[in-house]
Design a protein around this ligand. Structure first.
Ligand SMILES: Cc1cc2nc3c(=O)[nH]c(=O)nc-3n(C[C@H](O)[C@H](O)[C@H](O)COP(=O)(O)O)c2cc1C
Length: 304
């Protein structure tokens, strides 16, 4: 029987639910081993205001933290590794970075097919670029990517995800906003991605997997969101360097800079990004080919 290793990090359980559905067609047909990453120190969920913003510099700069020891045998040979993760500040969450930069990742991923599964708000392409590089550095072979997002309007999902992250409640804020996160039907229907994964496992041929997943709408990318995200990632790199000058995680010295970053980001999201979106569409015909080339690239699994 083929052996599949699942490594996930999820605070609310949303990502674990997506992965569990993807695995349904594989159940009973392959051996499944699961490892949920447990960071040390743990990140709170629900978050409070300061701890949330305090996770930004290390997420963006991909500075590893600690992880509890693994329950699985890291010397075992797996036929496939599935990595499931959410996005933190346009970057991989610190627990995933910590794993991917560890010796364990080298042991588990070397020469192994890897499929990534993302459960995000709507901005994940830059984080996936970071993850592609870390998988390659660990010797893994990325063969597929499934990325599910909250498909409500960008500004609406900022409000609903903030409410969810700060209260732990995945329900309708004030009874008027939509439910936060990936919608229930998208989570339930993610079962369809398991079939091509099982077929690739059985035939040991992975070359067509991503095309098949794209055909099943496993990756939905909105060009105007990618445009905002790309600009945001550059700014996050500047801000993270500025905040890190005041020390590491939890250092009270950096609180002032984190607060300034918070208000800056809220201003950019609610005042600047709507204007940037209008400008994006006004100039869309000029950049049509470039934008479409980028979207094709981000839907794929290659590394530039
Ligand atoms: C600290 C933090 C930062 C986040 N930043 C982003 C982001 O930049 N882009 C995005 O699409 N989602 C972002 N999210 C939302 C997550 O991608 C994800 O949807 C949410 O955390 C639920 O994931 P879970 O499975 O860990 O509960 C962020 C969440 C947290 C906690």
């Amino acid at each position: 029987m083929k052996k599949v290793l699942i490594i996930t990090y999820s605070q609310s359980g949303q990502l674990r639910e997506i992965v569990a559905n993807i695995l349904k067609p594989l159940e009973g047909k392959v051996e499944i081993h699961t490892e949920h990453l447990k960071p040390v120190p743990a990140y709170p969920f629900p978050w409070n205001d300061l701890t949330f913003w305090d996770a930004m510099p290390e997420s963006v700069r991909m500075i590893p933290s600690g992880l509890e020891p693994f329950g699985i045998n890291t010397n075992a040979e797996y036929d496939l590794v599935i990595l499931g993760y959410p996005i933190w500040f346009l970057s991989p969450p610190i627990p995933l970075t910590t794993f991917l930069k560890s010796e364990k990742a080298q042991l588990l991923l070397k020469n192994k097919p890897v499929v990534t599964v993302i459960g995000a708000r709507n901005m994940w392409v830059n984080a996936q670029e970071n993850v592609k590089k870390m998988i390659a550095e660990a010797g893994g072979l990325l063969k597929g990517n499934i990325a599910l997002s909250d498909n409500h309007h960008n500004l609406v999902s900022v409000i609903t995800i903030s409410y969810w992250m700060m209260t732990g409640k995945k329900d309708r804020y004030l009874g008027i906003f939509p439910k936060p996160g990936v919608c229930d039907s998208d989570i339930a229907q993610s079962e369809r991605f398991g079939k091509p994964i099982l077929a690739s496992l059985n035939s040991d041929s992975w070359d067509d997997l991503q095309d098949e997943l794209i055909r099943l709408n496993a990756v939905d990318i909105k060009p105007e969101i990618v445009s905002i995200e790309n600009k945001g990632k550059k700014l996050f790199k500047i801000w993270s360097a500025f905040i890190l000058k005041k020390g590491g995680p939890g250092n009270p010295e950096r609180t002032r800079r984190l607060k300034i970053f918070k208000w800056y980001l809220l201003f950019v999201i609610f005042a600047v990004s709507p204007i940037a979106t209008i400008l994006f569409y006004l100039t869309y015909p000029v950049f049509f080919w470039k934008i479409n080339r980028n979207i094709r690239y981000f839907k794929g699994i290659g590394l530039r």
